[in-house]
Design a protein around this ligand. Structure first.
Ligand SMILES: [Zn+2]
Ligand SMILES: [Zn+2]
Length: 1013
C-alpha cells in the first residue's frame, strides 16, 4: 500500500505524549526564536509580567492558570505580527523567601537567624531562589508558556534595588517620607510590623480567653470598675479605663460599676452618666509590676454591644488605645519585645510569650481576688499571612510614604485604565480611596535595604544610587558583595549636612516595592546607555543575561498595553506599580488589566495542602495534559471562582474528541481516496456546493467572532465560539456530507473541510498550542512548519444572512427531533410528513425532510388541540413589573390572540415570541413541538411501506456496526448474509442496502453475517 498522505491519527489523542513530542520539536527547530524573528520590527505589544515568588519547588495549578492567560494573549498578539518582549520575572527577596529558609534550617526566631549568621543566611535565601526559579521555569515550559527564558528579571538584582532607591529618594525630596511612631499590627514570630495591604483576608475564627476583671477605685473604698478583655497579656500594660460619657452607669450591690445598658435586668444603684466617672482613679491589675497612674477617661466609641461598657485601655498594645494616649496624655507601656515576649522589667512574666502569659495572668488575677469571670470568646482575629501566627499590636517606629497628595493622582491615573472585569477597576478605586499611608519598612534581613541614614544632627540622608553610595561611603566598600544585609550595613556614609559618618537604618523594604518598580527597572527608565546584561547584578549575577535597556527603550515599551493577575493583586502588585508609576511619571503603568477570581477545587473548596486537595501542575500535566488544563483555565469567566480538578479535565477530554474525530474523519478519507491539499490553494474560491459554501462562511464567522473575543481579552468567549463551531462542523457539515467523502470523485468537500479545519487550528493555537500544532503538522504538508508561525487567518466578511438562514433551519430540525423523541418513535423509522408553521424555509425543505427522515415537509398551519402560553419571566418580569399579574391571569384563562411570528396579544399588550413560553398538545396521531414562534407537527402514522423502510435502515445500521467490529477498512467490499425472515425487505430494498454497506452480494441464511469479499 502506498504511503498515506496524512499521518494517521489514533482514535483518541494522547495529550501528554503529543505535548512532549511537540516540545521537543519546538526546541529542535527553534520555533519560538523563529516567531520572534518573524515579528521583529513589527508593531509592539507591551506586556509586563508580574513576578512570581521564587519560593516553591514546583509549579502550582494556581500559578499555571495565570501563566496560561499570559501566554494565550501573547501568542494571539504574535499571530497578528506584534513584536513582544516576553520577559519573565521572579520575586526573589522578602519574607516569603526568608520563612522558607528558616523552616529548612529549623530556625525559630530572629535571634537564631543572627546567630546562624547573616552572610550564610543570605546565601541560603539566594539558593532557594535559584532552585525555585529553575523548577518554575521547567513547569512553565511544560505548560507551553513561551517566554524569553534566561533573560528573566529577578527582583533581588542590585539594579532593581537601585531603581527602588531612586524612587524613595524622589519621595523624600517631595517630603512624603516620614518615620511614624504608632501602634501597628505585628507578627511576633516574624518580628516585624505588617502593612495594611497585607492584612486583608488574614482574619480567621479563633477562641480566645474572655476575662472580666475588677479594678478597685482609689477614692471610693469598696467600689470597683469592671472591665472586659480578650487579650490577657495586655492587662499588665493597662493605663486607663474608658467610659462612654453619654451612657448611663450604675453600681451593683457588691460595689462593681458597669454600664446600665449592658445589664438591663440587674438592680443598679447610684446611676449616673459616664461623664461623671471621668477622672476617677483606680488600682491597676498589675501595679506590682508597673508604676503608672490609672484613671477613667471619656471615649465616644465605647460600645454597648459587648463587655461591661467600661473598656480597658493599654496604649502600648492597641491602635485606638495608642491614639487615645495621644489625646489624653496617657503613659504608653510597651510590655513585649519584637518577638512578642515580655521584657525583663515585667518580673515573673519576663520571657513569656503573649499566649504563654495568658494562663499565668489568669491565675494571678484569681489569687488577687479581682477576677470576676473567665471563659472563652469566639471572634475574628488577624494572623500573619506568611506564618499564621496570631498578630499582636506593638508601638513601633516605621517608615511611611504619605499618600495625601498621591491619592487623587492615583485615582486619576486609574481612570485611564481599562479593567476586565469592570468591577475590579472599581475595587481599585475603593482601595485607593481608603488606603492609609504606605508602611514600607520591615525589620528583617533578606530584602531591599532601605537607603535611609538618619544623622544625629537631625538630617535624614537618603541614598539614590550605588554611585552615590560609593561616593559618600566612609568605609566598607571593599566587602560590599551585594546591596544587601549584612554587607551594606558595614558601609556608613558621610552626612550631607554635618559630615559625620552615619549608619543605615536596619530595616528592609516591603516586597511590593521590589515588584512595583519593575516597569521602570526592567525597561531602563532614565538610563543613558544600554548595559549588556545590566540586570544581572548583585544576587542576580549568573542567573540571567537580561540587559538594562536605555531610556529610549523605556519610551517605546512603557506603559504596558496589558497586564494580568489574580484579583488580590489589586491591593498588591497592581497597586504598588500604580503607586510608583504615579510618583515617577504621574501616569498609570498599564493601559489594560485582566483580573480573575480565585481557584478552588472541583467541589468548590479552598485548596490546602493539609486537606489533601491541592494539585501539583506536574501531576496534572501527566494525567490530563497541558492543553486540557489550558482549556479548563480559558473556559473560566474571570468574574467567578475556577473549580479546578481531574473531573472537569475528563469532561474536557471527551468534549475535545468531537473535534479530534472531525479531523480524523478528514485524515482517514483523504488517505483512502488520495486527497492531497496544497498550501497555495488555501482559498475558498469556486465553492459550488451549498453545504460547502455554508462551511466556508461559517468558518469565516468563527474566525471573526473568536477574534472579537480575543480582542476583549476574554478567552471564555473564544472557547464558547469554538465549542459551537465544532458542533456545527461535526453535527451539521460532516454528518450531512458524509457520503460525498466516500468515493473521492469530487474533491470539493475535502478541500472545504481541510480549509475549515486548518483555519480553526490557527484560531485555537494560542489556547491549545500543542494539539493544534500537532494537527497542523499532520494536515499542512507544504505550508509553514508550525501553526504558531502561520499568522492569524485573513478571511472575508462572512455572509451572516446565509448563516442565519441555515441556523433557522437547524432550529426547525431541532424542534422536529424534539417532536420525534416525545413520540417515542425511533429516529431511524421514516415518517410520512412534517408540517412547519412560523418559519421561512424556502429551498431547505428537502434537507429538513432528509434530516428528520420524513417523506415530505409542508409549510402550513399546525392545527393543535391545545395551546398553553406562559409568561417568560426573565424577559417579561423586568419589562412589566407589577403589570405581570394581569397578563399571567389572562394567559391562564386562555384569553389571548395568536399573532403572526409567534407573537401574542393579551390584556392589551403585544408580547414578542421570546417573551412567552408556548406548549402545544398535538392532535391524536401527531407529535408537536414549538419554540421561538415556530411550531412543527409530525405525522406519526405508520404503514407497511414505512415500516419496511425502517427495517432497512435498521439493517444497514447493524451491518455497519458489524463492519466496524470486524475491523474492516472503509473501502472493503463484503459478502452479506441476512436471516431468511428479511426476504421481503431484501426484495424491496436489496440494492439500496448493498450500496450502503458496500456489499457485492447478499444471500439469505440463518443469521446476520458478513465476510470480506
Ligand atoms: Zn509571621
Ligand atoms: Zn549630620
Amino acid at each position: 500500500m502506498a504511503e498515506p498522505i496524512f499521518k494517521p491519527l489514533p482514535d483518541k489523542p494522547d495529550h501528554p505524549g503529543l505535548e512532549q513530542e511537540t516540545l521537543a520539536r519546538w526546541e529542535a527547530e527553534g520555533t519560538f526564536a523563529q516567531l520572534r524573528e518573524q515579528n521583529s520590527g513589527g508593531p509592539t505589544f507591551s506586556f509586563t509580567d508580574g513576578p512570581v515568588t521564587a519560593n516553591r519547588f514546583s509549579l502550582g495549578v494556581h500559578t499555571a492558570w495565570g501563566r496560561t492567560l499570559k501566554d494565550v494573549f501573547q501568542r494571539y498578539k504574535a499571530l497578528h505580527g506584534f513584536d513582544q518582549r516576553y520577559q519573565n520575572g521572579f520575586d526573589s527577596q522578602g519574607l516569603w523567601i526568608e520563612v522558607g529558609v528558616e523552616r529548612e534550617l529549623g530556625l525559630n526566631s530572629k535571634r537564631e537567624i543572627e546567630e546562624f549568621g547573616l552572610e550564610e543566611f543570605a546565601r541560603r535565601c539566594r539558593d532557594v531562589v535559584v532552585r525555585s526559579s529553575e523548577a518554575l521555569k521547567r513547569g512553565s515550559i511544560r505548560l507551553g508558556q513561551w517566554m524569553d527564558w534566561g533573560n528573566d528579571y529577578f527582583t533581588f538584582s542590585d539594579t532593581n534595588i537601585e531603581y527602588v532607591w531612586r524612587m524613595l529618594k524622589t519621595v523624600h525630596e517631595r517630603d512624603w517620607l516620614y518615620l511614624g511612631h504608632r501602634s501597628t499590627e505585628w507578627c511576633p514570630r516574624c518580628g516585624t510590623s505588617i502593612s495594611q495591604h497585607e492584612l486583608i483576608g488574614s482574619y480567621v475564627d479563633r477562641a480566645d480567653p474572655s476575662l472580666f476583671v475588677r479594678l478597685p477605685l482609689l477614692e471610693r473604698p469598696g467600689e470597683y470598675l469592671v472591665v472586659w478583655t480578650t487579650t490577657p497579656w495586655t492587662l499588665p500594660a493597662n493605663v486607663a479605663a474608658a467610659v462612654n460619657p453619654d451612657a448611663e452607669y450604675g453600681r451593683r450591690q457588691n460595689g462593681e460599676w458597669v454600664a446600665a445598658a449592658r445589664f438591663p435586668d440587674e438592680k443598679l444603684e447610684d446611676r449616673r452618666p459616664g461623664a461623671e466617672l471621668v477622672g476617677w482613679t483606680y488600682r491597676g491589675p498589675f501595679d506590682d509590676l508597673t508604676q503608672v497612674e490609672h484613671r477613667v477617661i471619656p471615649w465616644d466609641d465605647v460600645s454597648m454591644d459587648e463587655g461591661t461598657g467600661i473598656v480597658h485601655i493599654a496604649p502600648g498594645c492597641g491602635n485606638e488605645d495608642f491614639e487615645l494616649s495621644q489625646v489624653h496624655g496617657l503613659e504608653v507601656v510597651q510590655p513585649v519585645d519584637e518577638s512578642g515576649r515580655f521584657y525583663d522589667s515585667f518580673g515573673w512574666l519576663h520571657g513569656l510569650s503573649t499566649t504563654e502569659a495568658a494562663e499565668q495572668i489568669i491565675g494571678n488575677l484569681e489569687e488577687k481576688g479581682i477576677l470576676v469571670e473567665a471563659g472563652l470568646h469566639e471572634h475574628r482575629y488577624p494572623e500573619c499571612w506568611r506564618c499564621h501566627t496570631p498578630l499582636i499590636f506593638r508601638i513601633a517606629d516605621d517608615w511611611f510614604i504619605s499618600v495625601r497628595v498621591l491619592r487623587q493622582q492615583m485615582l486619576d491615573a486609574n481612570a485611564t485604565v481599562e479593567w476586565t472585569p469592570e468591577y475590579m477597576g472599581k475595587r481599585m478605586d475603593d482601595w485607593l480611596r481608603n488606603m492609609g499611608d504606605w508602611n514600607i519598612s520591615r525589620r528583617r534581613y533578606y530584602g531591599l535595604p532601605l537607603p535611609f541614614y538618619p544623622c544625629a544632627c537631625g538630617h535624614l540622608n537618603v541614598i539614590g544610587t550605588r554611585a552615590e553610595l560609593e561616593e559618600r561611603a566612609v568605609s566598607g566598600l571593599e566587602q560590599l558583595e551585594e546591596l544587601r544585609r549584612p554587607w551594606i550595613d558595614r558601609v556608613p556614609v558621610r552626612c550631607a549636612e554635618c559630615g559625620e559618618p552615619v549608619e543605615r537604618v536596619k530595616e528592609v523594604g516591603d516586597v511590593w516595592l521590589d515588584a512595583g518598580i519593575v516597569p521602570f527597572s526592567t525597561l531602563g527608565w532614565e538610563n543613558e546607555q544600554r548595559v549588556e546584561e545590566g540586570f544581572a547584578t548583585g544576587a542576580a549575577r549568573g542567573l540571567t543575561t537580561a540587559d538594562l535597556p536605555d531610556h529610549a527603550y523605556w519610551e517605546q515599551w512603557f506603559p504596558a498595553d496589558w497586564v494580568s493577575e489574580m484579583r488580590e493583586q489589586i491591593r498588591l502588585w497592581f497597586y504598588s506599580q500604580l503607586f510608583m508609576s504615579v510618583v515617577l511619571t504621574k501616569r498609570a503603568p498599564f493601559r489594560r488589566v485582566l483580573g480573575y477570581e480565585k481557584m478552588l477545587d472541583e467541589t468548590g473548596k479552598e485548596m490546602h495542602s493539609s486537606w489533601g486537595n491541592t494539585i501539583n501542575a506536574e501531576e496534572a500535566f501527566d494525567r490530563m495534559g497541558a492543553d486540557v488544563m489550558r482549556w479548563q483555565y480559558c473556559s473560566q469567566p474571570p468574574d467567578r471562582n475556577l473549580l479546578f480538578g481531574f473531573g472537569p479535565g475528563d469532561a474536557i477530554k471527551r468534549e475535545f474528541l468531537t473535534f479530534w474525530n472531525s479531523v480524523k474523519f478528514l485524515v482517514d478519507y483523504s488517505n483512502t481516496v488520495g486527497f492531497r491539499p496544497e498550501w497555495a490553494a488555501l482559498s475558498p474560491e469556486d465553492v459550488a456546493d451549498p453545504l460547502d459554501r455554508w462551511l466556508v462562511e461559517r468558518t469565516h464567522a468563527f474566525v471573526c467572532d473568536a477574534e472579537a473575543e480575543y480582542e476583549r481579552y476574554l478567552s471564555v468567549g473564544v472557547m464558547r465560539e469554538f465549542v459551537e463551531w465544532v458542533d456545527d462542523l461535526s453535527n451539521w457539515y460532516i454528518r450531512r456530507s458524509r457520503r460525498r467523502f466516500w468515493d473521492g470523485k469530487d474533491q470539493a468537500p475535502f478541500r472545504t473541510l481541510w480549509y475549515a479545519i486548518v483555519q480553526t487550528l490557527r484560531v485555537m493555537a494560542p489556547i491549545l498550542p500543542f494539539v493544534t500544532d500537532h494537527l497542523w503538522r499532520t494536515l499542512v504538508l507544504d505550508g509553514p512548519d508550525s501553526v504558531h508561525l502561520a499568522a492569524w487567518p485573513e478571511v472575508a466578511e462572512p455572509d451572516r444572512a446565509l448563516l442565519e438562514e441555515i441556523a433557522a433551519m437547524r432550529r426547525v430540525v431541532e424542534l422536529g427531533r424534539q417532536a420525534r423523541s416525545s413520540s417515542g418513535i425511533k429516529l431511524r423509522q421514516p415518517l410520512r410528513r412534517l408540517v412547519v408553521e412560523g418559519a421561512d424555509l424556502d429551498g431547505h425543505l428537502e434537507e429538513i425532510a432528509d434530516e428528520l427522515r420524513v417523506k415530505s415537509v409542508e409549510l402550513g398551519q399546525v392545527e393543535a388541540v391545545e395551546l398553553h402560553v406562559k409568561p417568560n419571566l426573565p424577559k417579561l418580569g423586568p419589562k412589566l413589573g407589577s403589570g405581570l399579574g394581569a397578563i399571567r391571569q389572562a394567559l391562564v384563562a386562555g384569553e389571548f390572540e395568536e399573532l403572526p411570528g409567534g407573537r401574542f396579544r393579551v390584556a392589551g399588550h403585544e408580547l414578542e415570541a421570546d417573551e412567552v413560553l408556548v406548549e402545544r398538545g398535538g392532535r391524536e396521531g401527531w407529535a408537536v413541538a414549538s419554540g421561538d414562534g415556530v411550531t412543527v407537527a409530525l405525522d406519526l402514522g405508520l404503514d407497511d411501506e414505512l415500516i419496511l423502510e425502517g427495517d432497512a435502515y435498521e439493517l444497514i445500521h447493524r451491518v455497519n456496526t458489524l463492519r466496524k467490529e470486524q475491523g474492516l477498512e472503509l473501502t472493503d467490499r463484503i459478502v452479506l448474509t441476512v436471516p431468511d425472515e428479511l426476504r421481503a425487505l431484501i426484495d424491496a430494498h436489496g440494492d439500496w442496502v448493498k450500496r450502503e454497506v458496500l456489499a457485492v452480494e447478499v444471500n439469505l441464511g440463518d443469521e446476520l453475517a458478513l465476510e470480506k469479499s
